[in-house]
Design a protein around this ligand. Structure first.
Ligand code: IMP
Ligand code: MG
Length: 180
């Protein structure tokens, strides 16, 4: 698996620093709030697990799993809920925790679903952002760990065909792996 990596973008140490910084900022901003972290499965699980331990104010967690309907190679922007939240969102300050913000379609749809359930507030925290790829122009993360260029990255939860999620760092695979 390690031989499949072409280039490391963010090492374990760099990721730990990024997560610590986000956790500190979130802890300050949600001091007197009712924080509920909503992790979008599966890509954000590792980020979520580290981020919640970097947050020093009380919080609840929940998980949601969605899949986007594909039309050819493009995602349509309509997502299907595979696993819904258990917690009632009324009175909660929801922070959506995502692995990567790409076109923005998934998060845009998810945000509108969550908004319809009357939370006190709703914000987005993404580990990585690929701003060059955005097709939903006004969709921005309130908290963003780091930017990546328009390349397909894996590791730290992010997959290629469901593999490589267990790499402890974020990197790019060798070209021949993607074309296999
Ligand atoms: P969006 O709806 O286009 O913003 O899609 C975001 C989702 O696509 C993320 O939650 C990831 O699951 C997946 N994704 C986008 N870019 C990458 C990547 O570089 N590596 C792995 N997954 C990615
Ligand atoms: Mg994914």
């Amino acid at each position: 698996m390690l031989n499949d990596i072409e280039k490391v973008y963010y090492s374990e140490e760099q990721l730990a620093n990024i997560v610590a910084k986000l956790g500190k900022q979130i802890s300050e901003d949600y001091k007197d709030k009712n924080l509920l972290l909503v992790s979008v499965l599966k890509g954000s699980v590792i980020f979520m697990a580290d981020l919640m331990r970097a947050i020093t104010v009380p919080c609840e967690i929940d998980f949601m799993c969605v899949s986007s309907y594909q039309s050819g190679t493009k995602s349509s922007g309509v997502v299907k809920i595979i696993k819904d939240l258990d917690i009632n969102l009324e009175g909660k300050d929801v922070l959506i925790v995502e692995d990567i913000l790409d076109s923005g379609r998934t998060l845009s749809y998810l945000k509108s679903i969550i908004e319809g359930r009357n939370p006190s507030s709703i914000r987005i925290c993404t580990l990585l952002d690929k701003p060059e790829r955005r097709v939903v122009p006004d969709l921005m993360a309130d908290y963003s760990g780091a930017e990546v260029p328009d390349e397909f990255v894996v590791g730290y939860g992010l997959d290629y065909n469901e593999k490589y999620r267990n790499l402890p760092y974020i990197g790019v695979l060798k070209r021949e792996i993607y074309s296999e």
